[in-house]
Structure formats: C-alpha cells, structure tokens
Design a binder for this molecule. Sequence first.
Ligand code: NAD
Length: 368
Amino acid sequence: MSRLRMAVIGVGHLGRHHARILAAQSDVELVGVVDSNSDHALAIAQQNCTQAFDSIGPLFGKVDAVSVVTPTSFHHPVAGEFLRRGVPVMVEKPICKTVEEAEELIAEARAANVPLQVGHIERFNPAFEELARRPIRPSFIEAERHGPFTGRSTDIGAVLDLMIHDLDLILSLVDSAVRDVRAFGTAVFGGHEDMVNARIEFESGCVAHVTASRISPKPKRRLRVWAPEGYAGIDFVSRKLTLVQVSEEVRRHGLNPNSMSNAERATLKDDLFGKHLEVQHVEADRSGDQLTAELRHFIDCVRHNRTPRVTGEDGRDALALAHRVLDAVSAHEWEGTPDGSVGPHCMPKPAGLLFDHPAIDRDEAEAA
Ligand code: NAD
C-alpha cells in the first residue's frame, strides 16, 4: 500500500508533536510542515527530515490528508482550503471560533465525501475509552479541568481552550438535548475569561457541573459520573478509572442500618466500599500516547474512508454548547442586578478584609 502523503499546518507547541508522530509512521510520508513563522517551519522540518513552507499553496495537489494545528482563528480558512480540494482534514479543537464556521467546514467535508476529524484528544484517553465501552446513563456529572497559565491560546478563553474538552466528553455520554445553561467566570488577565464554572441541565434531567481554569497552580483533569448503574471517576492525568456499583446483596435487600446488629453497624464504615459497594480500579492501557492514537485513528479513517470517532458535527456541538456557556458567563450579574457588575470582565471590586494586611515598610516599598 502506498504511503499517505500528509502535512502539518502550524507547528507551534502542539503541531510540532503532530509532525514528529506523523514522520515516525511507516505508512505516512510527511511531505512538509507549514508555519507562517518560517524559522519555526524550517526548524521543525529539519528535525523531521521534511520540507518547510510558510504558506499552504505549494501543498495543493501534493497531499492526501492534513493536520491543522494553527491558532483557532485560522482553523476555518486553512481547513476550508483543503476540504474544498477534497483533502481530508484533522483539525485541532475547538473546530472553529463560531458555529457558522464549523457548519461550513462540515458542509465542505460532506460535499467532498472526505473525513473531517476534530482533535478532542480526551476521547482517546484510555480511561475514557474504558468508560465509554460501558452502558452508563449519567444523572449527574462533575468535570474539573485546571491548568497553569501558559500564555498560549490567548486568541480564545478558558471555555474554548479547556472546558470544550469536557463539554465534548459530556455530550458523548449524555444522550439528550441541553435544556438550560447557567455559568459565571472571570477574566483575570484581561482578554478572555480565565476561570469559569457552568451548570448544564439536560432534557433527560441529567445535570453537569463543569469548571475550567487556566490560572491554577497545579494541573487537574477529572470527570465524575453518577448514574443508576453506579459511579465512575476518571483522573485524566494518571489515566485511571474507578468504578463503583451497588452489590448484588444490597440491590436485592437494600441496606438498613436500623435492622443491623451493633456488631454489624460497627463494621459498616469498613465494609461500605468492598462489600456493600463493589469497587473496581480499571488499569487502562497506558502503553501508548493519546496523540499517536488520535492521529493513527485519523490515518485509518482516511485510508478506509471511515467516519472518525470525533466528527465535525461533534466538534460543532461542543462548540455550540461552549458558546451557550460563554453567553451565560457574559450575562452573569455578580450582584444579582443588571445595574451592578455583569460578565467576565467585571468582577466586583475588592471590599472588606479576611485578615489584616501584612505591615509594609512604606519607605522600603517606595524605594523599591
Ligand atoms: P501555538 O501558538 O504554539 O502554535 C501555533 C502555530 O501556528 C505557530 O507556530 C504559528 O506561527 C502558526 N500559525 C499561525 N497562523 C498560521 C497560519 N495561518 N498558517 C500556518 N501557521 C500558522 O499554538 P498551540 O498551543 O500549538 O495550539 C494550536 C492549536 O491546537 C489551537 O487550536 C489549540 O486550541 C489546539 N490545542 C489543542 C490541544 C489539545 O489538547 N487537543 C492542546 C493544545 C492546543
């Protein structure tokens, strides 16, 4: 079988890894890398023994598929140029900045009948893959995604940068339309929101609490699901899945502490997890990395013209929900009234003290 001719467009922080991984695939020929910063393109091309370009034009007619890893604002124009020419596209998340742009890419991929995959990489986290294989119908979901400020992806805020991962995962787990979204957030460094909490209510009654912050000292990426089938907790960083379900005995007879002997009640705390609630720690396969799995999946979809696990439609749906969260963040009234502070750029001013200010040597402070 001939090698798939591929290129990576945008080889910054993430794109350089796309290039490295694609260059290492025996069934792929990395035809080139493109970056508007030509020094950047050249350095990454040299590392991967391929050609450097500072625009996409020279690649037309020379590639069978591309990976688009530019800043989000350029996803739509760059991916569109390739889809219109019948070239399959893997585009990083979020698919685009607006739902209208996403719709256009979806229409172009459909017209050309080629795969369009969106880089919601957590779908390839082995712990999430393990969960997705199980029949779970969530009633309540809690998702947390915290990271330190990197200074990257400043063309978007925490919702389109981070929260969108969890919005996509939640939509893939909950088979119901969104009924209502409440949210609030703050823009600490200006520009866009850096910290957001959202409450999403589905028609099915399922509720999701989602928090994203890109100004946290420590990274944390967790998803917890409560369902009639049991509880599932994922730590995306360690790729661990914990499952808990009610034991057969308790399903049949219930658990009534009032009808227990004193001796039974005394051991209840120790017996709870294990005897009454069965616990399984699922060791997901951690041999490979997620980005390789995601790119391998895309290559297979292109070769066999299959529908990707994360389609353009999935990317659009996550984006549409993200925009509902952003609208709710913009409308949040911090003092409960439209006359007060409203939206992410308008936190209430500091007032009152939780403890006395530390004493400052004013002469020293002024000298500094
Ligand atoms: P980055 O700023 O480090 O890199 C982007 C690169 O694209 C830069 O080198 C820039 O010079 C280049 N570029 C800009 N406009 C271009 C254009 N029109 N044509 C060609 N090159 C262009 O950004 P990043 O952190 O690598 O993020 C890139 C994309 O990947 C963003 O959409 C981001 O949301 C996404 N991302 C996804 C994940 C994930 O977990 N899936 C993680 C990080 C970033």
